[in-house]
Design a protein around this ligand. Structure first.
Ligand SMILES: [Zn+2]
Length: 369
């Protein structure tokens, strides 16, 4: 039984099939019933290496079969509680750790994707910002460190998103991200937030929303005044999915926020690939190459566009991130919105907000351009 199981793992390349010992000799797999997995690698000089050497599973002696079940359920989007239950795993630190080990891979993926792979969106592209997190009631009026502002871009043809937590929604922060991610000549759809007002000068065709019903949006080309109708609102759909993720997990500490954001974006990217398991194990194999220890290159914080709250702030205020109001209300008195309210009503709220932001003068931001 174990042998068959081991074979199954070997064919999916999740465990090493051969290893070179630290003495330089080749190791072979040998039966070793006293170990958890029943096998170890051994060289001719008698050095022994664990069967999980360099693999994802090396991080504990937890039963591999159960771990595979845990991964399966987690990747399918089941709750941590359900994933742990199906994997006979304790629903506490063990499952929390393994879920975190999984999300580390999403972080690495996003880091490589956003930092090194110069994949740029083109054609019709939507931009927006949204506020995640919970307002602390006794801290009203203070800086919004307990809420996280996310800037998102979505390419309509591929439906792929990128999301960045940002310290501000000023042009100095958003414009470099736009230029990094979007090919000149693309048609950008956004609200009429002042930071976007110079996009035509930067070689983009810029359309801002002027009117929205539940089915159609009317945009106006800021250069030619030509009206453009669109019948979908992709970026708001992406916000809904993202906020739903945080609602489902009941919020998270903001030190885990990046991990979860990376998971959301990774899921979006592999959604169309069809086989989420294959996508996941492909990712695993690029990080856990098995011939050497896994190397994570992502930085902490991963996104250089924001400053995560410090641990002491977290402890003091017991912060959880659940969901948020729309970014448009940021900085206004209206930001005292009751955040216990679900975001299911985001569409009507957005109508109000986009109307509001249209009329707002934001000279400080305009000057920064
Ligand atoms: Zn050796």
């Amino acid at each position: 039984m174990l042998k068959i199981f081991r074979f199954k793992i070997l064919v999916t390349c999740l465990l090493p099939s051969e290893l070179i010992c630290h003495c330089g000799a080749n190791c072979t797999l040998n039966r070793r019933t006293s170990t958890t997995d029943g096998f170890t690698f051994r060289c001719k000089k008698g050095h022994e290496l664990g069967m999980r050497k360099n693999s994802f599973f090396e991080r504990s002696s937890y039963n591999i079969r159960d771990l595979i079940v845990f991964i399966k359920y987690y990747i399918e989007g089941h709750s941590l509680h359900m994933s742990a239950k199906c994997a006979n795993m304790e629903y506490k630190s063990t499952s929390v750790h393994w879920a975190s080990f999984i999300r580390e891979m999403f972080c690495e993926y996003i880091y490589i994707y956003t930092e090194y792979e110069m994949i740029r969106f083109q054609g019709d592209v939507e931009l927006d910002e949204s506020l995640f997190g919970r307002k602390i009631k006794y801290n009203r009026g203070k800086p919004t460190w307990n809420r996280i502002l996310i800037f998102g871009i979505i390419e309509r043809s591929s439906n792929k998103i990128v999301m960045y937590p940002v310290d501000s929604r000023g042009a100095d922060v958003l414009i470099p991200l736009i230029q990094k991610r979007i090919e000149p000549g693309s048609r950008i759809f956004s609200d009429s937030w002042g930071a976007y007002s110079g996009l035509n000068r930067l070689g983009y065709e810029h359309c801002t929303v002027i009117h929205k019903t539940s089915f159609k949006q009317v945009y106006i080309n800021t250069e030619t005044n030509e009206e453009v109708q669109c019948c979908t609102n992709r970026i708001e759909g992406a916000w809904e999915i993202a906020k739903d993720h945080f609602r489902r997990i009941n919020g998270t500490n903001s030190n885990l926020f990046e991990q979860h954001l990376c998971e959301i974006v990774w899921r979006n990217h592999v959604h169309r690939a069809g086989n989420i398991y294959a996508s996941f194990f492909d990712l695993m194999k690029t990080i856990y190459t098995l011939d050497m220890a896994p190397r994570f290159t992502y930085t902490k914080p991963l996104f250089r566009t924001w400053t995560p709250p410090s641990k002491t702030d977290e402890a003091r205020h017991n912060i959880t991130i659940v969901q948020g109001s729309d970014a448009e209300s940021d900085g206004e008195e209206a930001s005292t919105v009751d955040t216990s309210e679900p975001t299911g009503s985001s569409l009507p709220a957005s109508i109000d907000n986009s109307e509001k932001s249209k009329g707002q003068a934001k000279p400080a931001v305009l000057e920064e351009m």
